[in-house]
Write a protein that binds this ligand. Structure first.
Ligand SMILES: Nc1ncnc2c1ncn2[C@@H]1O[C@H](COP(=O)(O)OP(=O)(O)OP(=O)(O)O)[C@@H](O)[C@H]1O
Ligand SMILES: [Mg+2]
Length: 289
């Protein structure tokens, strides 16, 4: 019993000292919490500032990205206009005066007799040189911008490019078009043709292909163009290389049309370049210009 009493009196004593200690502890704790909270809100403010700065940086980056895109579009357009006028000048001025010269030389040749052998030989070599020059002028003019693109459209221009590939690199090239005639606005046919031209130049320079198929399809409001070769196949590294300016240019052109471009290579099997353009959007973009 006595033992119990002693214990009770001790517990009462400890209760009386515990209350102020608890109070002290709570105040210290509260102080610590306040300090922590203050620190946390400082860190929070810093974070908010950092996030705001980063957002601003992202917006600036996006802005400069857009500006670069517009600049690239603008430069492409200037280049295209220059090419068109150069091509016309070459075709109309040079082409016609060279053809005129050829007719004159032939006219002179017809008036010569059997005794003018050496002169006839000279005239023949002039005629040959004129033929070669006319060929070169036509080729240069077509590379700058095929008149056929404006007069007949993408399918005929693709046929012409296919024949050129066969002639220059001995790579057989087949054009499939569904429907047979695809009508497109000027902007879409120009950009699609430039993508085709770059793809075929790449086939000629890098692929070691023997066959190429160009597929053109217009279904509902989508233009799809595919260029498939049976060469060595473009690698992932080449696709990701930022110095692949030809490929970047193709991507930019597709983007300008509001479309997409995918390039895929399978080792030893070949490369496929696929362009898809939603024509309603591309038409609207063309009108904005
Ligand atoms: N059809 C293809 N088959 C195999 N490799 C290809 C093909 N097309 C492109 N490549 C590879 O991708 C690379 C990048 O092509 P890209 O057109 O960007 O540059 P390029 O043709 O070398 O130079 P350019 O700037 O004159 O076009 C090429 O150097 C080539 O190695
Ligand atoms: Mg290239």
């Amino acid at each position: 019993m006595g033992n119990t009493g002693t214990i009770r009196s001790q517990s009462v004593r400890s209760d009386t000292t515990a209350a102020p200690r608890k109070h002290v502890m709570r105040t210290t704790l509260e102080k610590q919490v306040r300090k922590r909270t203050a620190r946390l809100s400082e860190v929070n403010e810093l974070l908010k500032k950092e996030i705001a700065e980063r957002r601003q940086m992202e917006a600036d980056l996006q802005d400069s990205h857009e500006r670069l895109r517009y600049l690239s579009m603008h430069l492409q357009k200037i280049r295209e206009d220059e090419r068109t006028s150069l091509s016309r000048e070459l075709h109309d001025e040079f082409g016609q005066s060279l053809t005129g010269m050829k007719l004159d030389v032939s006219w002179i040749k017809r008036r010569l007799t059997g005794n003018d052998g050496p002169i006839i030989e000279r005239l023949d070599s002039i005629l040959e040189a004129l033929d070669r020059t006319i060929d070169t002028v036509q080729h240069m003019s077509a590379r700058l911008r095929p008149v056929i693109l404006d007069d007949f459209g993408l399918r005929d221009a693709a046929e012409l490019a296919a024949r050129d590939l066969k002639k220059r690199a001995n790579i057989s090239c087949n054009v499939i078009s569904d429907p047979y005639n695809i009508s497109l606005n000027d902007m879409v046919s120009t950009e699609a043709f430039r993508i085709l031209q770059e793809s075929l130049t790449n086939v000629m320079r890098h692929s070691r292909a023997t066959e190429v198929t160009i597929i053109l399809r217009k279904k509902k409001d989508i233009l799809a163009m595919e260029i498939r070769d049976n060469g060595k196949g473009i690698t992932k590294k080449e696709l990701a290389d930022p110095r692949s300016f030809g490929l970047t240019g193709m991507q930019e052109r597709a983007h300008m049309l509001g479309g997409t471009l995918s390039i895929m290579g399978i080792r030893g099997k070949g490369t496929t370049v696929a362009l898809n353009v939603p024509l309603r959007r591309a038409n609207a973009q063309g009108k904005e210009e």
